[in-house]
Design a protein around this ligand. Sequence first.
Ligand SMILES: NC(=O)c1ccc[n+]([C@@H]2O[C@H](COP(=O)([O-])OP(=O)(O)OC[C@H]3O[C@@H](n4cnc5c(N)ncnc54)[C@H](OP(=O)(O)O)[C@@H]3O)[C@@H](O)[C@H]2O)c1
Length: 233
Amino acid sequence: MTLNFSKCQSVLITGASRGLGLQMVKQLVSNAERPKKIIATARKPEEAQDLQQLAKSHPDIHIVPLDVVSDASIDAAVKEVSSIVGPAGLNCLINNAGILIDTDLNTVTRDAMTKTFESNTVAPLFVTKAFLPLLKTAAAAGQGSGMGVHRSAVVNISSLLGSIQLNWGEAANFKTYAYRVSKIRMMMDPPAPANITNGTTLSSDHPWSFFVHNQPGILLTIFGACLFGGNTR
Ligand SMILES: NC(=O)c1ccc[n+]([C@@H]2O[C@H](COP(=O)([O-])OP(=O)(O)OC[C@H]3O[C@@H](n4cnc5c(N)ncnc54)[C@H](OP(=O)(O)O)[C@@H]3O)[C@@H](O)[C@H]2O)c1
């Protein structure tokens, strides 16, 4: 497995308007071994001012509208991305977009559970499904064998709060029921023989690719500040 982006033609990041997604775009674009095409998606690109500003000075960044809970938006994004990547296909899909509705047992509602599940669990699965043809194309077109972003990869951004093992003691104080459940379930997608946090899950359905369920730790984005307090970035 290799994470050398010099051999990776294209990366797509969902939820790149702010927070971790925007930071990933910034990191990728400043990396000497960056992918040739960085596709930064946002549900309201016109409101993503920092991303727009970044793209002005970096022609490698392509901003594509994508609301991950809308099938129509996903279909339109696949078409647009297809014309951006061409016959090389899409090498790396990063399912980063997510929501957090802060609730405890007293305040949790069916609506909070359903909305969170829709955004954090159902959406990444259907975004992945929609981009599979482009990922398969990249896997076939990529040079070399084995698994890696030189062929194709799907990265799901999970969370420590989605770990059963890590949510004992003090960590159990974060009563974000909807969020926790959504991230636990996310780690089960796609159906695979093994599921581990911060590791690699091989899918027997797609031997040409690999799936990583990554949890980034605690970051003071709007998300992080909601949970832990402090200023956002
Ligand atoms: N921050 C942390 O400490 C932390 C820790 C562990 C895991 N994570 C995970 O990291 C990921 C990013 O979190 P963050 O801290 O960067 O959160 P954030 O600052 O709140 O950003 C969330 C991003 O997701 C986008 N988004 C939400 N719903 C969307 C939808 N339906 N369609 C498209 N985009 C949508 C938002 O777009 P808009 O601007 O349009 O709202 C925004 O770009 C999440 O999956 C989160 O679970 C974060």
